[in-house]
Ligand binder design. Structure first.
Ligand code: SF4
Length: 311
């Protein structure tokens, strides 16, 4: 699979360069693209080979955004939440713990936490010093201990020890904002939600899906481009792509299968061989973030993450 994808990626990048639908490094082209002209047929040639592109219409943007999502679904058919969890309580706790650290580190830490405190009642009644010791590897462990114990207490006192399945209830829990609430709703309750994390913010802005910078506005703008039923998987696709290929500092444009649809093509490494070396997780042949990933991930050649201390 990686070899095929790499070949596809090189082809895509070459196509991008040939069609001019990806951005080039030339400032003039960047300006043209910044006006939202990545869609087919949105350009016309003028004298001396300069290219003037029309602004992308809302309809064209919707079509391009949905096409990106369809292509990402083919690249990551196994996309999933990258936090290990077995029930809504574990997911809400793991999501709170994931602030300021990697999902991998959370996944390596939560097995000990949930083995000792399997329910909100257990965690609410725990000795904080013992919880702090378990959570130490996630960083900010004192604050996180307070958060997850406060959260557990609220679940016990206000929701009968159950995680509520409504946005308005979830955001009342200590340490739970809209992002965490949507992760829980989308993945533990099957209710559509857009997860605007750092990867999502970066990619949708690179793709010119929105110019917004605030998470709530990004959520609204991107949500308007897709049917609600697509929201949860869209979030996984985008976040998977951000973690594996479209990195913050060095996007692997030369190995990116959606380069022909991307106005920011050229922001990263365009040489296919050099770009291939930037790929992460299963795309680069490395273990993933979950110790217990879904079977579809393993079937696609993904490898489980090692337990804490093993690598
Ligand atoms: S790696 Fe990112 S910036 Fe580069 S072409 Fe792909 S989506 Fe665009």
């Amino acid at each position: 699979m990686p070899a095929k994808k790499a070949a596809d990626s090189g082809k895509a990048a070459a196509e991008s360069a040939a069609t001019g639908r990806g951005a080039s490094k030339a400032p003039a082209d960047k300006d043209a693209v910044s006006k939202g002209a990545a869609s087919k047929g949105a350009s016309k040639s003028v004298s001396k080979g300069a290219v003037v592109r029309k602004p992308e219409s809302h309809t064209a943007l919707v079509r391009r955004a949905r096409r990106v999502n369809r292509e990402l679904a083919e690249i990551y058919p196994y996309a999933h939440p990258e936090l290990d969890f077995e029930n809504p309580f574990q997911l809400v706790v793991a999501t709170v713990l994931s602030a300021q650290t990697t999902d991998l580190r959370v996944n390596q830490t939560t097995p000990a936490l949930f083995a000792k405190y399997p329910t909100p009642e257990d965690l609410a009644a725990a000795d904080p010093a013992e919880v702090e010791e378990i959570l130490r590897p996630t960083g900010f462990f004192r604050a996180k201990t307070k958060s997850v114990m406060g959260l557990s207490k609220a679940l016990v006192e206000e929701f009968g020890g159950e995680v509520p399945g409504r946005l308005e209830d979830l955001v009342k829990l200590p340490g739970v904002g809209r992002k965490t609430a949507f992760v829980v709703l989308g993945n533990a309750f099957g209710r559509p939600g857009i997860t605007v994390d750092t990867h999502f913010q970066r990619l949708v802005r690179r793709w010119k899906w929105t110019e917004a910078t605030e998470p709530d506005k990004i959520e609204a703008a991107v949500g308007a481009l897709f049917p609600k039923s697509d929201w949860t998987m869209l979030s996984h696709h985008v976040i998977f792509h951000g973690r594996r290929i479209c990195h913050a500092r060095k996007p692997a444009c030369g190995a990116c299968p959606i380069a022909p649809l991307c106005p920011a093509y050229g922001e990263g490494e365009t040489d296919p061989e050099k770009a291939k070396k930037l790929l992460k997780y299963e795309k680069g042949g490395f273990p993933g973030q979950r110790l217990n990933p879904p079977q579809s991930y393993l079937d696609a050649g993904g490898r489980p993450a090692p337990p804490l201390g093993a690598g």
